[in-house]
Design a protein around this ligand. Structure first.
Ligand code: UDP
Length: 311
């Protein structure tokens, strides 16, 4: 296949490029580098099956030649990023998705949307399955991301139903691993860089809120399987092992041998109280389940951060 990955210089986008190339496909990564980095794809320079195009997908996307699939991963994806880039976040989810879907229609390419567990908002059911419609505050600070992704899902289904575009939607739960931006403000880069600097970990609120962390390689496997499947409706991909943020901080301090403990800071507005994917659908239709446990995944992630954190 010849595949376009929007957001191809980002954390997940760049890992997807690697996987697609390893599977023998030709890959075009497109990114405007507002949150992505060419460091993530530097190792692909010189690969004749790989091409990078600097472009903002909220502007019309012009691409020469045939295209078999588009993986639409362009978007700021951390609460700090969408606080700083609220309009870009809304534009990439709406205009960017529209442009990418238009390209898919013109090229008769399969289209896979990177959606998110944020479509469930601060969920009232637990764990979250794909039939839950969510509990989202449209006007809160996270609304720019949540509503953009909800709109992107609606637009994807509309292109499927009205134009017959062959579409897929993955709802991605918290994912971590090498190539996360050190300062992206999410809990994994924050905790790991604080721990490696010997600082206390900043636990927001009382740390009673829960998350479930999936290692990047598991997530990429799930997405690749979904791409090759014929499932049009959304599929959750994530790791159902749930822990409180306080417990998570303890694990990180233990794995890094950080003696500095934790420090409590205010809970951000609309921070979801609990999150855990129901992955029954992915197991059933993709034969997929995560393989990497938190310790293994975090050890690899910590090794990667250790080489980059300035003490
Ligand atoms: N969090 C925290 N300390 C930090 C960063 C995040 O306690 O330094 C908490 C945050 O309040 C949330 C959870 O960790 O409850 C996950 O936050 P993240 O920003 O990674 O993503 P989210 O899952 O909220 O989208």
């Amino acid at each position: 296949m010849r595949v376009l990955v929007t957001g191809g210089a980002g954390f997940l986008g760049s890992h997807l490029c690697d996987r697609l190339l390893a599977e023998g496909h030709d890959v075009i990564a497109m990114d405007n580098l507002i949150t992505g980095s060419t460091d993530n794809i530097a190792h692909l320079a010189g690969n004749r099956r790989f091409q990078f195009i600097y472009h903002n997908v909220t502007e019309y996307i012009y691409l020469k030649g045939p295209l078999d699939a588009i993986l639409h991963f362009a978007s700021p994806a951390s609460p700090i990023d969408y606080l700083e880039l609220p309009i870009q976040t809304l534009k990439v989810g709406s205009l960017g998705t529209h442009n990418a879907l238009g390209l898919a229609l013109a090229k008769e390419a399969r289209f896979l949307l990177a959606s998110t567990s944020e479509v469930y908002g601060d969920p009232l059911i637990h764990p979250q399955n794909e039939s839950y419609w969510g509990h989202v505050n449209p006007i809160g600070p996270r609304g720019v991301y949540d509503e953009a992704k909800r709109y992107a899902e609606a637009l994807t289904m509309a292109y499927h139903r009205s134009h017959g575009v062959d579409t897929r939607i993955v709802r991605i739960f918290n994912t971590y691993g090498p190539r996360m931006r050190l300062n992206d403000g999410r809990v994994v880069p924050n905790f790991v860089s604080q721990a490696l600097r010997g600082q206390p970990l900043t636990v927001y609120g009382e740390g009673k809120q829960t998350r479930s962390f999936c290692f990047m390689s598991d997530l990429i496997e799930g997405i690749y399987r979904l791409l090759l499947s014929d499932e049009v409706e959304p599929v959750n991909i994530g790791n159902p092992t749930e822990l409180t943020i306080h417990e998570f901080a303890t694990v990180i301090n233990e794995l890094t041998g950080n003696p500095a403990g934790i420090r409590f800071e205010p809970l951000p507005v609309d921070d979801p109280k609990q999150r855990k994917p129901d992955i029954g659908k992915a197991q059933r239709i993709l034969g997929w389940a995560p393989q990497v446990n938190l310790r293994e995944g975090m050890e690899e992630t910590i090794r990667w951060f250790r080489a980059r954190v300035e003490k």
